[in-house]
Design a protein around this ligand. Structure first.
Ligand code: ZN
Length: 226
């Protein structure tokens, strides 16, 4: 799930609330068109998670008229949450485990995804470069070589290297003024999916695996102390 830091708690503010629209990228008023508060359930079942409540909001952007869907959670230990989770559309924000510099580049690219496919492709290329910095690839190394370097170092599997090259090639198309050979709107969702898969593989999944491991160890300790 994706966390968005709100400048002010949503409940206490008067609608329309001014937030970044995940569709058009404008910081603009949003009107609440739906709301529901219920206990949080275990995904895929009707089992209630003890002591947790969620409030879901459907907000409509007053600029592009698209709706987005958010959730806010309370727990017995955190009764005043200021974080709002974006549930839809998912493609617009990087998962919280992604390093801030990489996430910022991705956000820039997402802000132009519906305005200019070629600028979006260039932005995703920059996101890829930020990933290379984060992975300590030598700074002067060209992007194509950097990708191969990550594969050789076994930091990413071959398939992810191919996805990164696809993204890089599209970035190259987007970076030049060529009307016949330009990035098309339908290319963008494909490379956004690649980007999200790369985020999952490099950042989100390892961090989730770590917390699962910790929890399993705690369970084991509990069992042993009994
Ligand atoms: Zn909008």
């Amino acid at each position: 799930m994706i966390a968005i830091n709100l400048k002010q708690p949503l409940l206490q503010s008067v609608f329309p609330t001014v937030i970044d629209c995940p569709h058009c990228g404008n910081l603009t008023p949003h009107k609440m068109v739906g709301e529901n508060t219920a206990a949080v359930v275990v995904p895929g079942s009707t089992d209630v998670v003890e002591g947790q409540w969620g409030q879901r909001f459907m907000l409509k952007c007053q600029t592009c008229q698209q709706v987005s869907f958010y959730e806010k959670r309370w727990t017995a230990t955190a009764p005043n949450p200021t974080e709002l989770y974006l549930l839809y559309p998912l493609a617009s924000v990087a998962p919280p485990e992604v390093p801030p510099k990489v996430a910022a580049r991705f956000k820039e690219a997402m802000e132009v995804q519906n305005k200019s496919p070629s600028l979006c492709a260039v932005g995703l290329g920059k996101t890829l470069e930020a990933i290379m910095r984060d992975q300590n690839v030598p700074k002067k190394m060209k992007l194509a070589l950097s990708i191969d370097h990550l594969v050789q170092e076994e930091k990413i599997p071959d398939l992810f290297g191919k996805m990164m090259h696809g993204l890089r090639e599209l970035r190259n198309l987007g970076g030049h003024d060529d009307e016949e050979d330009d990035v098309k709107a339908e290319d963008i969702p494909v490379v956004i999916d690649f980007c999200r898969a790369i985020f999952e593989y490099l950042y989100a999944a390892p961090s989730r695996l770590e917390s699962l491991k910790k929890r399993m160890e705690q369970e084991k300790e509990k069992e042993e102390s009994h």
